[in-house]
Design a protein around this ligand. Structure first.
Ligand code: PLP
Length: 423
């Protein structure tokens, strides 16, 4: 696509954008009495205007029926989850039985590792990306120790080649091959939180399983951002949070995927609670666990209805807009973002873009390292009406998202950045 660095061109792209009206369905933050440019959908997605009404409906059910709200009213809480899960299938590329909405991301990572990290004396290693999100690193370390292993021997990190920022698929596959007799679990993110690099989930899954290991993914930065086909790719399990691209609110309820071939495997150990017990006899209060025949059998505790309400509000917008349409717009937004960044950087290279510009290897987020006065440049963005994200030592991350960002905002951002890096 041949782009231009001009406001009129950016506005012409917005005119052609059939999804531009969805922006009206979100509260856009204000700075100095003006609508801000919010490029932090990779951190906390914006609030859908319908979210408050959904929460209110739950509050009313509580007021009117007390605990009977689980069974009474127009939307009994017991069936609520069944309404939400089908809205998710397209986003994750999963069958509805393979999805669970429960807990929070790190908790789900631990619960799924209880099932899928079953080390033996000979097969005990976890292969992961170097500099995985800290919470994941802590989870890996504590799980390894729980089984009596030393993280130094048991955690194998794949690093970028010296002098580069990105981890190549070849290096991931080669590492799996080297450790093929001792690897128990390969666990990568779908999109690296720092670089914005998309990993090849299908290839990693194939290589892990060929080596005799399980393949699991932390999709915090992938869910609602890039096209996923977890079922077809034969991924063993995955988990993600719903507060980033999925706009379900701060600390919102998280998601988990377990491939259908594992759902009826009684040998797979798991931690159990009554909410994973089949609904048909859950309230008979028996002492024998009858597993729900879906991934929801990994759920343990009573559903947090207020969290499900905001989640539902957001997923309904995704369903209406169509996830494939959103991904298509996201690719055009990103293509324009790469263009404007390269345009302002061409004369005298003031920053380096870390995120790959190949559309198969990136999603909404673009990370770039600023060579001089990086923190000063970043600190000047907010007073200029731009919400962006800082990562030490000199990286700015921005993530225009298709539901509420525009081409105009990308142009304005680039024009401001151009002035800031010149100062
Ligand atoms: C990649 C990744 N993993 C894990 C987490 C931790 O998520 P939570 O605090 O919801 O457990 C985050 C949070 O941003 C993340 O980005």
């Amino acid at each position: 696509m041949q782009h231009e660095f001009s406001l009129s061109y950016a506005l012409s792209l917005d005119d052609k954008d059939t999804l531009s009206n969805y922006r009206e369905q979100f509260y856009i933050p204000y700075l100095q009495d003006k609508k801000a440019i919010y490029f932090l959908g990779n951190s906390l997605g914006l609030q859908p205007k319908t979210a408050q009404d959904e929460v209110l409906t739950i509050m009313e059910g509580w007021a009117n029926f007390g605990v009977e709200g689980f069974f009474l009213g127009k939307d009994p809480w017991l069936n609520y989850q069944q309404k939400i899960t089908p809205l998710f299938c397209d986003i994750i590329g999963a069958k509805k039985e393979e999805l669970a909405t429960m807990n929070h991301l790190t908790v789900n990572l631990h619960l799924l590792m209880i099932s899928f990290y079953r080390p033996t004396t000979t097969r005990f290693k976890i292969i992961c990306e170097a500099k995985a999100f800290p919470s994941d690193q802590y989870a890996f370390q504590s799980q390894v120790k729980l089984h009596g292993f030393d993280p130094v021997d048991a955690i194998i990190e794949v690093y970028p080649k010296e002098g580069t920022e990105l981890i190549t698929n070849e290096d991931i596959l080669a590492t799996i091959e080297v450790h093929k007799d001792s690897v128990a679990l390969v666990l990568f993110s779908g999109v690296n939180y720092y670089t914005g690099q998309v990993f090849n989930i299908k290839a990693i899954t194939e290589a892990a399983q060929k080596a005799g290991a399980f393949a699991g993914f932390d999709l915090a930065h992938a869910a609602g951002n890039i096209k996923l086909q977890l079922h077809d790719w034969q991924v063993d399990f995955a988990c993600w949070c719903n507060y980033k691209y999925l706009n379900s609110g701060p600390g919102s309820i998280a998601g988990a995927f377990i491939h259908e071939r594992h759902l009826s495997n009684k040998e797979l150990p798991r931690l159990k609670g009554w909410w994973g017990n089949d609904v048909s006899n859950r309230f008979k209060m028996g002492d024998r666990f009858t597993s729900t025949p879906t991934a929801e059998s990994w759920a343990m505790s009573t559903s947090p209805m207020m969290l499900l309400a905001t989640h539902k509000a957001s997923l309904e917008i995704f369903a209406e807009a169509g996830f494939d349409n959103l991904v298509a717009k996201s690719k055009t937004l990103s293509s324009y973002l790469f263009f404007v960044l390269n345009h302002i950087n061409q004369a005298d290279e003031k920053f380096s873009i870390i995120t790959p510009d190949n559309p198969d290897e990136s999603g909404c987020q673009v990370s770039f390292s600023v060579h001089k006065n990086a923190k000063t440049v970043f600190d000047a963005l907010l007073p200029n009406g731009i919400f962006a994200d800082w990562r030490e030592p000199n990286v700015i991350r921005i993530a225009p998202v298709p539901l509420y960002n525009s081409f105009e905002e990308i142009f304005i951002f680039a024009d401001i950045l151009r002035q800031l890096i010149e100062e």
